[in-house]
Write a protein of this length. Structure first.
Length: 90
């Protein structure tokens, strides 16, 4: 269902790459929820951008997304993403 919403293409506006990763717009580490309306199919590059905190309006539909120059270090997602990245590096 999630991949079919974008015909298998990355949900980031303007991207034409194949979706490779199902991205939780609301971090699973916090919500423990796999709500299909809050999961977006992304290419690997845009999934990395999301976890670097560089997507503006990530809580909205992907059509509203844009990139930002610097992460919002006050966003709880940024904090969680840094913790997960540290865990993965171990």
């Amino acid at each position: 269902y999630i991949v079919s919403k974008t015909n298998g293409i990355c949900a980031f506006p303007g991207c034409k790459k194949q979706a490779e990763i199902l991205h939780h717009m609301e971090r699973f580490a916090i919500t423990k929820n796999h709500d299909p309306e809050k999961i977006a199919p992304l290419c690997e590059a845009h999934e990395r951008i999301a976890h670097e905190g560089l997507i503006e309006n990530e809580n909205e539909e992907p059509i509203c997304w844009s990139t930002r120059q610097n992460p919002d270090m006050t966003d709880y997602k940024y904090f969680i993403d840094r913790m997960v990245a540290g865990h993965r590096a171990k």
